[in-house]
Write a protein that binds this ligand. Sequence first.
Ligand code: SAM
Length: 238
Amino acid sequence: MHIDVLSLFPEMFTGVLNTSILKRAQERGAVTIAVTDFREYADNKHKNVDDYPFGGGAGMLLKPEPLFAAVEALKQASGKKSHVVLMSPQGAPYTHQKAVELGTHEHLILLCGHYEGFDERIREYLVDEEVSIGDYVLTGGELASMVVVDSVVRLLPEVIEHDSHDDDSFAHGLLEYPQYTRPADFNGMKVPDVLLSGHHLNIEKWRREQALIRTAMKRPDLLLNVELSDEEKQFIEP
Ligand code: SAM
């Protein structure tokens, strides 16, 4: 998979892309990631990428020309089927499911806005979809695109052991069960006996129950999309 990010501030990505699992994923060849300053594609003398909104109003908008030119160039260079995603507070809320889905594209292009936002023609004609990382407004799309890159890449095959994210929150619609490590007794705070029992079936049953209880308490909305057995439904009913 190849991911291109278009941003006016590529320096923001240096630490994130060159650390830990994202770094290893690139070293292993699971993904290639490039961040391009789309100011390079501005065709005017001063390399302006923004301008005042027609009709007046506060702030500056990103002009269409540099972004259309940059996306076209990246599509041509990759030669793959590209999927263009706009980072936007007006997009569909970003979820685990969306991370899985974005990970199926061979070429992703993520557009980071800045200032007051975009000329509407970018939204209308250039992108395949808009995603929002939450109901709040960031100063730019850089942090949002890093969230997308991180969550997509960690799910790619060979990036981390499949087992280690199979039980993660959201992987099967539920929040993850509680986990403990040594010591088994920390200042009188004890690890549940079942986890020390070595009885795998009981551990599995306990974990499923805990994941259900936790999800019912913290995120009952998630349960609407999970298939539960009759026994499990009774288990979490108040
Ligand atoms: N005026 C815009 C609006 O109200 O919809 C907000 C513009 S915001 C200051 C600048 C850029 O940050 C946006 O174009 C977008 O790329 C990014 N951004 C801000 N909040 C975001 C969010 N919640 N999710 C994804 N991207 C976001």
